[in-house]
Ligand binder design. Structure first.
Ligand code: 3HC
Ligand code: NAI
Length: 701
């Protein structure tokens, strides 16, 4: 079967689309639809039905073609052909009609869908805007305000909501798409239904108060800070409201092109594919068997354990929470309850759902209660001896084949696994805080972890709505190992002349969700302090990189939780203010370490902080800790607030150019003599051959 087939059913010409996996509108498919609609104009049918095989209606343009030269017919050529068809064209929607898919449906004269279908324009998530008339047709159907919300948000809506919004015309009873769509089309023929063209709907510009679009643009400059696409979407919708249809379409084309060639969209498209690629484990066949996970136990109901438990209860998997004593258990269960209650208060969860989740979580202090669970996740104190003790106990009570996971941030999982007689069942499941919210899950394979345990963990991550990335064992795995370098450099910039405020503002302007100094206050400055307590001077590295943090902890300034750290925090609002006491400390520490403080430019700060991420990322690749550069990018975007529109540190390095990255690292290495600035061999090699991380990843694939 070709990507488009034509079949006549009584009075109806059925245009079948079959372009697996998601019927993306490739150039071949566009051609096929175009020809089918043109050919059908002269046959005896009275209406045309556009319908897809497989799991979904057209899920959008083929994103992988965006980097290739444009081909004819263009989207608008085809949609124009459909819209000007002499007989009605009806779109029959199932699965997800997204982006160019929904736009194709909107060029049809009528749209019907099964109740389970979803429709949406997610282009903004790729740094784009709907470039096939979506910004012109949607406001004509649903109004300016609703169109701005839908297109700048990018989230799909269910068929029923699409019907109420008038985006579609009919919801089919039952789930037989073909039968339902044929019946609907026959009815339209019987009713002699007119050729309804969305382009013919007019928007009265005088109904829009002067200045409306300027106000919305200003709102989005704050709400979607740094992003190009939302602004361009508003420009397009303004064009829809103020220009004739064809001129609006031409404006949309111009703005679409500007987005398409932007580095933001390149980065976001990279993230789309990187996220999907991260699911693939090199050397692990797709059909690797998985172990069923129907019950879970969590050891330790502290900051992480409670949040981890919620992930499972929320999808109906029963959880047993084990704590050291009844008081700790009550405290842990209390935190979970409070988290669910907060969701109820915010209207994100019903009382009934909260109760159902709480009913699925039971507490215990007795390891025997874990005998039958399929998966245990340990989240006790970050201490190897305690973790080994927990795992040796689990080894005694858990059933054969149970997966034993640790949420450790830094400990050596091979050594944890060695505390059991079943190292093949041991794996790292590194959640991020708050564990019920953060999307990233680093899955850490130890030396002896079995393939089916890895495959189960990868699938499980998706089941609980996380984004999984596979890592191997090293100090801090992918994310925290790189973050240590970033934080260390932030400390050095501070003592050498910058301020907490400058560092945080500059990194937020770069697009990070939070600056590194504010992150320290949020996480607690004592965490690093405790880690350093057991390290040798050599392991701790340059004292200038931790002396300020140590002094703050010794002053009782642990961060937000004590109301003061690098900043002071208002007890009620948690608003932060700069503290002259901290700057006095910084200055005295600089003197003590023989450092003459100097001014930093914002650009220099960004480079000083991002280059260590790139350099450490490259070392992680060389050592095989991460499978590919895109995986590191996924870790940083989903776990560390790296701006998605910069595509993660490795994609950003490619954008800077590895020759330039190498040159800057070499300069810093020569200037400071610090070993950490020594460029990774991989960067040196790629820079010398004019290559990039992306090219290298392709060669390794
Ligand atoms: N183009 C090319 N490939 C696509 C694609 C697209 N639009 N959408 C999905 N794919 C590929 C994925 O890369 C993946 O490939 P792989 O198996 O080799 O990794 C495969 O299809 C399956 O995708 P998922 O793993 O994401 O499958 P799911 O079932 O989880 O999700 C989906 C299906 C909801 C359709 C999801 O893939 C999705 O959201 N796709 C993107 C939709 C989108 O952004 N559309 C707009 C495109 S831009 C556009 O249309 C511009 C227009 O306005 C001109
Ligand atoms: P926490 O101190 O908040 O909670 C630990 C809990 O474990 C306490 O409630 C304690 O009573 C319990 N516990 C200690 N020993 C136990 C034992 N033998 N049996 C049963 N329960 C025991 O610690 P947190 O922050 O939740 O960290 C837990 C683990 O998660 C650590 O390994 C940490 O490195 C890791 N982690 C922490 C993150 C964070 O941001 N807090 C992020 C990612 C991982």
């Amino acid at each position: 079967m070709s990507v488009v087939d034509y079949q006549v059913h009584e009075q109806i010409g059925i245009i079948w689309i079959n372009n697996p996996p998601v019927n993306a509108l490739s150039s071949e498919l566009r051609n096929g639809i175009h020809q089918a609609v043109l050919n059908a104009q002269s046959d005896a049918t009275k209406a045309l039905l556009l319908i897809c095989k497989g799991r979904t209606f057209i899920a959008g343009a083929d994103i992988s073609e965006f980097d290739k030269p444009a081909t004819k017919p263009s989207f608008n050529d085809i949609l124009g052909t459909i819209e000007s068809s002499s007989k009605p064209v009806i779109a029959a929607i199932h699965g997800t009609a997204l982006g160019g898919g929904l736009e194709t449906a909107l060029a049809c004269h009528y749209r019907c869908a099964v109740g389970s279908a979803m429709v949406g324009l997610p282009e903004v998530k790729l740094g784009l805007l709907p470039g096939a008339g979506g910004t012109q047709r949607v406001p004509r159907l649903i109004g300016i305000e609703a169109a701005i919300k839908m297109i700048t948000g990018g989230n799909p809506i269910p068929a029923a909501a699409a019907l109420s919004a008038k985006l579609i015309d009919h919801v089919i009873d039952g789930d037989d798409l073909l039968q339902g769509a044929l019946a609907y089309t026959e009815q339209l023929i019987a009713d002699n239904a007119p050729l309804k063209r969305v382009r013919d709907i007019t928007i009265d510009p005088s109904s829009i108060p002067a200045g409306t679009f300027d106000t919305i643009r200003a709102q989005f400059a704050v709400q979607a800070r740094g992003l190009i696409a939302p602004q361009q979407i508003i420009n397009c919708i303004e064009a829809a409201a103020t220009l004739p249809f064809d001129e609006g379409l031409a404006a949309e084309q111009r703005f679409f092109h500007e987005c398409m060639v932007s580095s933001q969209s390149a980065a976001m498209r990279h993230m789309f594919f990187a996220q999907r690629e991260a699911n693939k484990i090199k050397g692990l066949p797709k059909d690797t068997p998985q172990r069923p996970i129907k019950s879970v136990a969590i050891i330790g109901g502290g900051t992480m354990g409670g949040g981890i438990a919620m992930n499972f209860a929320s999808i109906g998997i029963p959880v047993t929470l084990l704590e050291i004593n009844p008081e700790a258990l009550q405290r842990g269960l209390g935190i979970v309850e409070k988290n669910y209650s907060n969701s109820v208060k915010k209207g994100k969860l019903s009382d009934a759902k909260k109760q159902a989740c709480m009913d699925l979580i039971s507490g215990t202090t007795d390891y025997q209660d874990l005998a039958h669970v399929d998966l245990v996740i340990e989240a006790v104190f970050e201490n190897l001896a305690i973790k080994q003790q927990v795992f040796s106990q689990l080894d005694k009570v858990c059933k054969p084949g149970a997966i034993l996971a640790t949420n450790t941030s830094y400990q050596n999982i091979d050594q944890i696994a060695a505390a059991t007689q079943r190292p093949q069942d041991v794996i790292g499941l590194h959640f991020f805080s708050p564990a019920n919210i953060m999307k990233l899950l680093e899955i850490v394979r130890a030396d002896k972890t079995a393939d089916d345990v890895i495959a189960t963990a990868m699938q499980l991550a998706k089941t609980i709505g996380k984004v999984p990335v596979l890592a191997r064992v090293c100090d801090g795995f992918i994310g925290n190992r790189m973050f240590s370098e970033y934080s260390r450099e932030a400390q050095l910039c501070l003592i050498e002349g910058s301020t907490p405020e400058q560092i945080d503002t500059v990194m937020q302007d770069f697009g990070m969700a939070m600056g590194p100094i504010a992150v320290g206050d949020l996480a607690g400055i004592d965490i690093g302090y405790k880690v350093r307590e057991v390290l040798s001077d050599e392991q701790k590295g340059n004292p200038a990189s931790y002396c300020i943090a140590d002094a703050l902890v010794e002053m009782g300034r642990l961060g937000q939780k004590t109301g003061a750290g690098y900043y002071k925090y208002d007890a009620q609002t948690r608003a932060r203010t700069n503290d002259p006491e901290v700057m006095a400390l910084v200055e005295s520490m600089a003197v003590a370490h023989n450092i003459t403080r100097r001014e930093f430019s914002d650009a220099e700060l960004v480079l000083r902080l991002i280059l260590p991420l790139i350099n450490e990322g490259a070392k992680i690749l060389e050592e095989g800790i991460a499978q590919r550069p895109g995986d590191i990018d996924v870790v940083y975007v989903f776990g560390y607030g790296f701006p998605v529109y910069r595509g993660g540190p490795m994609q950003y390095a490619d954008e800077l150019g590895l020759a330039s990255v190498y040159e800057q690292l070499t300069r810093l290495h020569q200037e400071t003599g610090e070993a950490s600035w020594q460029p990774a061999t991989l960067i040196k090699t790629l820079a010398e051959t004019g290559s990039s991380f992306a090219q290298w990843a392709n060669e390794q694939a």
